[in-house]
Design a protein around this ligand. Structure first.
Ligand SMILES: Cc1cc2nc3c(=O)[nH]c(=O)nc-3n(C[C@H](O)[C@H](O)[C@H](O)COP(=O)(O)OP(=O)(O)OC[C@H]3O[C@@H](n4cnc5c(N)ncnc54)[C@H](O)[C@@H]3O)c2cc1C
Length: 506
């Protein structure tokens, strides 16, 4: 049961067969950020090539809830608190401009969107003060929000203590949107290559990107990879990978459904996070997020989401269940611009904190503007080279203290002796010939790979819900056979080996 959008895509994304030897701009990543950047570059007459390991919208963009809104949980009050009221106003204006860009593109390309009200909600009375602060900050930042106790006028069978609402926001099918963007790029002469992994780059004079299908020479590289790979700027240390769970429930045409797009802002001690909206034929329920690789039992989080839905929307059965990850920056704003302070050759974008439907569009436009030498909304506010680490030292230290704790927390797991292969669907790390290895059993196949993340040597943790090896340090993830799924790592865990268990002490 994977993503609803990827499973029901109506036609495949267009693709080229072979990589060009050279291109003016090489965009690594064909999610929303890379596609918008690619289209804006192609519109400016630039020869652009996009490569993607998972294909168009194959990762987070194909697994999002796809609420395109300027009201984003409690983000505006947080940004006001950290960066001031002017920054919050500019953040809102940047997102409004991105939403308008989305509307115009969808209208011209025939991509269906539905206009919806967006709501930030408190499930628990104790969250009402925070909700009130969000309403005030949103108004001060220029949004015409309403606020009230109890539930708004809508079909909402679950308890709500209060809401902030914003009318005329949007939702769409993110894969349909991405395929249309890819088609528009190709129509303008761009190239899109799926199933290619970028592994490294040589940057002496001209840049050469080394990929799984050969080298590509380019004037400019854009890392639209979720979190930046080829990370010589050290951005991984300022980004936190956050996973979240989603399920889709088919709805009969005449079934009652929530018409708004809801996201809770309760801290975990008040209530678990929830995101609820409906498409014309499905109810979408999400939540129970956590830092990648640091949840004790991911299957329990999935089950909790299903139980909650069964309680408040009885009689529905999930057709799709999946999870995905996005990245939060230490100062709460997206990071878009140069990878290295002294060079314009490599650009990057990240840090949307699960609000990339508008921020990803804003980032794509900023990246293209940096390439064409023009301007775009949010360019300065989101600048990746803002005095991030020095000004946000406490957050930086806190994020990396958690990384250090995660590193140390893995070691006791290694100390447990393992004499039997794991049961079906399970995995554990253990010593084998003086090396830490990770063994899992999935679909009857037991496979042992290195237990050390090739990015920065984190000890991997088994994700029971998804049957993957996840790194608790910076969010790289791997299949049971060691192949790379996502994150800042650029290679897998080495070959899958079969150990001799019988009578051996591992
Ligand atoms: C559960 C969940 C729900 C969300 N809901 C919402 C929502 O309701 N509203 C909202 O605004 N935002 C939402 N978001 C956030 C939004 O989906 C993301 O911010 C956005 O999709 C990110 O787009 P992207 O292009 O930056 O990344 P991605 O879509 O992840 O694209 C990055 C691409 O880079 C490719 N790549 C990576 N490394 C390499 C490599 N080495 N070589 C080649 N290719 C590579 C990947 O295959 C991938 O396709 C949600 C996120 C999550 C996780």
């Amino acid at each position: 049961m994977g993503s609803l959008w990827l499973d029901t895509r109506s036609h495949p994304a267009p693709r080229a067969i072979s990589a060009p030897a050279a291109t003016e701009v090489l965009i690594i990543g064909a999610g929303l950020t890379g596609l918008v950047c690619g289209l804006e570059c192609a519109r400016a007459g630039i020869v652009v090539t996009l490569i993607d390991r998972h294909g168009v919208a194959g990762l987070t963009t194909g697994k999002t809830t796809a609420k395109a809104t300027c009201l984003q949980g409690d983000r505006i009050s947080r940004i006001t608190r950290t960066h001031g009221a002017d920054a919050a106003r500019e953040y809102v204006a940047t997102n409004q401009s991105a939403l308008e860009w989305l509307r115009q593109f969808c209208a011209s390309a025939g991509v269906a969107t539905q206009e919806r009200s967006a709501y930030s909600i408190a499930q628990d009375e104790a969250t009402l003060p925070a909700l009130h602060r969000e309403a005030e900050a949103a108004r001060a930042a220029g949004l015409d929000v309403g606020w009230g106790r109890g539930a708004p006028l809508d079909y909402l069978p679950f308890p709500i203590a209060g809401f902030v609402g914003l009318e005329r926001q949007a939702q769409c099918d993110p894969v349909e949107l991405s395929v249309a963007l890819a088609e528009a790029i190709i129509e303008l002469g761009g190239t899109i290559l799926e199933g290619i992994t970028a592994r490294g780059a040589t940057m002496s004079g001209a840049t050469t990107v080394h990929t799984s299908q050969g080298d590509i020479a380019t004037d400019r590289v854009v890392l639209a990879t979720g979190t930046p790979i080829l990370d010589r700027g050290g951005f991984f240390a300022t980004l936190e990978p956050q996973r979240s769970y989603l399920a889709a429930y088919p709805l009969a045409p005449d079934a009652l459904r929530p018409e708004g797009m809801y996201v809770s802002i309760d801290p975990p001690e008040n209530a678990p996070s929830r995101s609820v909206r409906s498409t014309p034929d499905h109810l979408l329920v999400g939540g129970n997020g956590h830092v990648t690789g640091r949840a004790s039992d991911t299957r329990e989080r999935e089950r909790d989401l299903r139980d909650w839905t069964a309680r408040y929307f009885p009689g529905l059965a999930p057709s799709h269940q999946w999870s995905a990850q996005d990245y939060r920056s230490i100062d709460g704003l997206p990071l878009v611009g140069r990878l290295l302070a002294g060079s314009t050759g490599v650009l990057m974008a990240s840090g949307y904190a699960k609000w990339g439907m508008t921020n990803g569009i804003a980032a794509g436009r900023i990246l293209a503007a940096r390439i064409t030498g023009s301007d775009a909304p949010g360019m300065e506010l989101f600048d990746s080279q803002r005095a991030l680490i020095t000004r946000r030292l406490p957050s930086f230290l806190s994020l990396n203290a958690h990384v250090g704790t995660a590193l140390a927390a893995g070691l006791p797991r290694l100390a447990q002796p393992r004499r039997e292969p794991p049961a079906e669907g399970e995995g554990y790390v253990h010593w084998h010939r003086w090396r830490p290895v990770a063994t899992s059993t999935v679909d009857g196949a037991t496979c042992t790979v290195s237990a050390i993340c090739p990015h920065l040597k984190g000890l991997l943790a088994w994700n029971r819900a998804e049957r993957t090896w996840d790194c608790p340090l910076h969010g790289s993830r791997f299949e049971p056979d060691g192949s790379l799924i996502e994150g800042p790592a650029t290679r897998g865990l080495g070959p899958c080996r079969t150990l001799e268990w019988k009578g051996s002490r591992s």
